[in-house]
Design a binder for this molecule. Structure first.
Ligand SMILES: NC(=O)c1ccc[n+]([C@@H]2O[C@H](COP(=O)([O-])OP(=O)(O)OC[C@H]3O[C@@H](n4cnc5c(N)ncnc54)[C@H](O)[C@@H]3O)[C@@H](O)[C@H]2O)c1
Ligand SMILES: O=C(O)C(=O)C[C@@H](O)[C@H](O)[C@H](O)COP(=O)(O)O
Ligand SMILES: [Zn+2]
Length: 363
């Protein structure tokens, strides 16, 4: 990749401003331009694992004349809590953070979800910038303005649609990412392949081992294609009133598995099982052909993602799925495929179908 970043546009909808996702190297240089000169204070939210990076970004901004503070958050899902959000609000209050000041979230999807949520709620909404440092964050979480935290009852149950002012995806940050976290991001990339861009699947299938590393020949293309899928969808349906639901492919069961595992499974791993389940639902409902359903197992397994979950967990999973945000009253709704890149909604499937599909993914 050259030094010139790729720029992917996300349109402003529902009264929000358009913004760009930059993918490339040395993107820290672009941060002050995005923050702008109306801001006096900047809060840099980062996870424990990126303490040095968070401090370095803070120092850089302080050298540029901002009153910059760094807030260290717990790693991963432990940061997506009301307590962590309250801690951030307290620090912002004590710092005198105003409506022209800016929040920067640097980290994986968990960090950018909570950073965006703090930005959405502080003074009813301040600007924020996402600097994703995981594969999953770059291709999915940092783009689209879904921000939020978990509650005891489930995943992402409290949140807001609050798009960032910009996204800086610096590919060099991926070098320190543990392989399991990298592979988790491939689940969302494969999701983008099945719902909208099958060329993604072809690229992964051409060399699954290479797809598991940030140094692979197709890394940049896989990232950019996935971001384009997401950017196109959220550009026309920010608030998930229709089309955006397709981005939830595999998430109905996936989120239930995450909750059942007390968030010790990575999101991408849970979504992987969730996509196999959604494919089986589609197949059993007579909507998805065998070849495409089988392709889910083959491509997910080829990169090392899980395909199955505990059989005895079904009653709890079913209960958790009822609070999925796609549910309407007591009706469960699933994103399924009517074919490759043909996502659709399966409304209120018969309970026997749900159980039968679970039989295909349980071990
Ligand atoms: N808002 C959205 O649209 C959206 C989309 C997809 C997923 N998500 C959310 O994203 C979260 C998952 O994100 P994730 O997979 O990025 O995991 P994560 O944010 O939990 O990060 C995984 C781990 O990697 C560490 N880490 C982050 N960057 C690193 C780096 N460069 N080097 C070393 N360690 C690093 C983190 O501290 C954490 O311990 C879930 O909470 C999921 O619900 C949100
Ligand atoms: O952006 C979206 O819309 C998505 O559904 C993307 C998902 O990958 C992501 O995990 C999202 O956080 C799930 O949202 P939720 O509304 O089901 O909590
Ligand atoms: Zn997801």
């Amino acid at each position: 990749m050259t030094d010139t970043p790729t720029r992917i546009q996300v349109a402003g909808t529902a009264g929000t401003d358009p913004y760009e996702v930059l993918v490339g190297h040395r993107l820290l240089d672009d941060l002050p331009g995005l923050i702008g000169r109306s801001a006096r204070r900047v809060a840099v939210l980062h996870p424990e694992a990126l303490a040095a990076t968070g401090e370095a970004v803070r120092d850089d901004l302080a050298n540029q004349g901002y009153e910059a503070i760094a807030l260290q958050l717990p790693n991963a899902e432990e940061s997506k809590t009301a307590e962590v959000a309250a801690y951030c609000w307290k620090v912002l209050g004590q710092t005198g953070f105003t409506r022209t000041d800016v929040i920067v979230g640097i980290g994986g999807g968990a960090t950018t979800d909570v950073a965006g949520f703090v930005a959405a709620t502080w003074l009813r909404g301040v600007r924020w910038i996402a600097m994703p440092t995981t594969l999953l964050g770059m291709v999915d979480a940092a783009v689209g303005g879904k921000t939020g935290i978990n509650t005891a009852e489930g995943k992402n149950l409290v949140g807001a649609f609050h798009p960032p002012a910009g996204v800086l995806a610096d590919l060099a940050t991926l070098d320190s990412l543990p392989v399991n976290d990298y592979v988790g991001g491939l689940a969302e990339i494969i999701k983008a392949g099945f719902i909208a861009d099958p060329a993604i699947l072809d690229l992964i299938e051409s060399d699954p081992a290479a797809a598991r590393t940030p140094g692979g020949p197709h890394t940049a293309e896989l990232i950019e294609r996935s971001i384009r899928v997401k950017a196109d969808v959220v550009s026309s349906d920010l608030k998930e009133s229709g089309l955006r639901e397709i981005l939830n492919y595999g998430h109905t069961l996936g989120h239930a598995i995450e909750k059942n595992e007390r968030y010790q499974w990575r999101h991408g791993a849970a979504v992987s099982v969730g996509m196999v389940y959604a494919a089986e639902l589609g197949r059993l409902a007579g909507r998805l052909d065998d070849a495409t359903a089988d392709r889910h197992r083959a491509v997910l397994e080829s990169v090392g993602l899980p395909l199955a979950y505990r059989g005895d967990a079904w009653p709890k999973l079913l209960e958790s799925m009822r609070v999925d945000k796609k549910s309407r009253a007591d009706r469960l709704r699933f994103v399924v495929l009517d074919g490759l890149a043909k996502p659709a909604i399966l409304e209120s499937p018969d309970p026997s179908l749900l159980v039968a599909a679970y039989g295909e993914v349980s071990k």
